[in-house]
Write a protein that binds this ligand. Structure first.
Ligand code: NAD
Length: 436
């Protein structure tokens, strides 16, 4: 399917963007295009495709904040539940000035496929508040978080929709959401969120889970390309919860991380960056910029370095039609959600770059979120070895099914992953039937 072809949805009278996926290179258009391709591969009926193409529920809320100086600011918050057929909705909450409904919809749809691909019993959701969290005090962020959680009301909860951290939010944010939900319902509800602090029932291993998953999958991809011996190198875009952990774990696995970036800039050292030293620098300086152990480079150039693995772990659309042809990495492992536009994906595939899709590469986070939720439901704690063993095995199984499917069908890893995931959701739809 080309970028300009509309997706026909019979019987749908809703306005854009549900009726068509157009040429706009937005996350939602990209998500729709990926679904359309999977629908073709699976020979879905128009009705089946239509049910998957639109979110089940969307909520837009107003989030007023009394600032520390007494003035009032008002933000917009969203929660989109794309699908709940395989279980409660699941997905992160993003605080960023770039958050809009288009982005949240796409991220919610990707969560549906990710949960299905790694076979956790969830649907997909995502939320966000259009706010730059770096511009507000901790107590202001607490009030924004609590008001947002309050506005979501019965929309969320352990058996409905379970938030987790994403860009601009962390375990403290989850603690505030859990407390707000618990206060509203008159009972402590640890299963209401995942990615919460260990002291509140968070899972051992959750903080590193996404990064560990990225690392496990990067090593499988390297092995698939015959790169098990000799020097292996990586560049990591983004040094937040996913990128910093991935850089550390890749380095610990013997892969030299030669470049790292964040929103302020990038640093490069061909001999391999000392990641613990860089982490200590970031704790002091708030950015990778100025790290004395490496030279500064242009953040855009990081994406074009001749490395074995490029791991975009920051934002959507990092690899686009303007830079994809210059990517010299052999493998792209999508730590971020949606870092490759469909146009860039096509270019990378044409150039022989192995692109490991987000719904596989960064699924470690939701796998351990599921373990955390299961522990909360059991009121029981698993030890770290147990969590990591189960995580590794779930990632390995998922890699095997995606890579095996791609080998058999001649499809890309993304197409193979989407086919596995969408088919699982379609099967669940079929078994449950259409109410009434
Ligand atoms: P985060 O806020 O902890 O970190 C984001 C990092 O990206 C920061 O270092 C920031 O400076 C950097 N960044 C932002 N814009 C950039 C740019 N233009 N160039 C380079 N760096 C830039 O967020 P996170 O939780 O690490 O999430 C990163 C990505 O991973 C997002 O796409 C998120 O949806 C995805 N993800 C996160 C998790 C999780 O468990 N946190 C799980 C799955 C997927």
């Amino acid at each position: 399917m080309t970028l300009t072809q509309p997706i026909p949805i019979v019987g749908d009278t809703s306005p854009e963007p549900f009726r068509t996926a157009t040429v706009r290179s937005t996350p939602w258009a990209a998500a729709q295009q990926q679904l359309a391709e999977a629908a073709t591969h699976l020979d879905l009926s128009t009705g089946q495709h239509a049910m998957l193409a639109r979110p089940r529920r969307e909520l837009t809320v107003s989030v007023p904040l009394r600032r520390d100086d007494g003035s009032v600011s008002v933000f917009t918050g969203y929660r989109v539940q794309h699908n709940t057929t395989r279980g409660p909705a699941k997905g992160g909450v993003r605080f960023s000035s770039h958050v809009d409904l288009d982005e949240v919809r796409a991220l919610a749809m990707w969560m549906t496929w990710k949960c299905a691909l790694v076979d956790v019993p969830y649907g997909g959701a995502k939320g966000g508040v259009t706010i730059d969290p770096t511009a507000y005090s901790r107590s202001e962020l607490e009030r924004v978080t609590r008001r947002y959680a309050h506005e979501l009301g019965d929309f969320i909860g352990p058996d409905r929709d379970i938030p987790a951290p994403d860009i601009g939010t962390d375990e403290q944010t989850m603690a505030w959401i859990m407390d707000t939900v618990s206060a509203g319902r008159g009972a402590t509800m640890p299963g209401a969120v995942t990615g919460k602090p260990i002291a509140l029932g968070g899972s051992l291993g959750r903080a590193d889970a996404t990064s560990l998953g990225v690392t496990v999958i990067a090593l499988r991809a390297l092995a698939a390309r015959g790169r098990t011996r000799g020097r292996r190198t990586a560049a990591v875009q983004g040094f937040g919860k996913v990128g910093a952990g991935a850089a550390r774990l890749l380095a610990e696995s013997g892969v030299d991380v030669v470049a790292v970036s964040d929103q302020f800039g990038a640093v490069h050292d061909d001999r391999g960056i000392d990641v613990p030293a860089l982490t200590a620098h970031v704790a002091r300086a708030g950015t990778v910029v100025g790290f004395p152990g490496a030279e500064p480079i242009d953040a855009g150039l990081l994406l074009e370095l001749p490395v074995d693995v490029l791991a975009p772990c920051a934002v959507e659309g990092a690899l686009h039609v303007g830079n994809a042809a210059r990517v010299r990495a052999g493998i792209v492992v999508e730590g971020a959600n949606g870092p490759t536009t469909p146009e860039a994906d096509e270019i990378l595939n044409r150039n022989g770059v192995l692109v490991v899709p987000d719904i596989l590469a960064n699924a470690g986070g939701v796998v351990v979120s599921y373990f955390e939720w299961a522990q909360a439901q059991q009121a029981y704690r698993w030890d770290i070895a147990d969590v990591e063993r189960r995580l590794r095995s779930r990632m390995d199984e998922s890699w095997d099914s995606v890579f095996g499917g791609a080998e058999r069908s001649g499809r890309t890893l993304r197409q193979s992953a989407m086919t596995v995931a969408v088919e699982r959701v379609v099967d669940a739809h079929r078994l449950r039937g259409l109410y009434p």
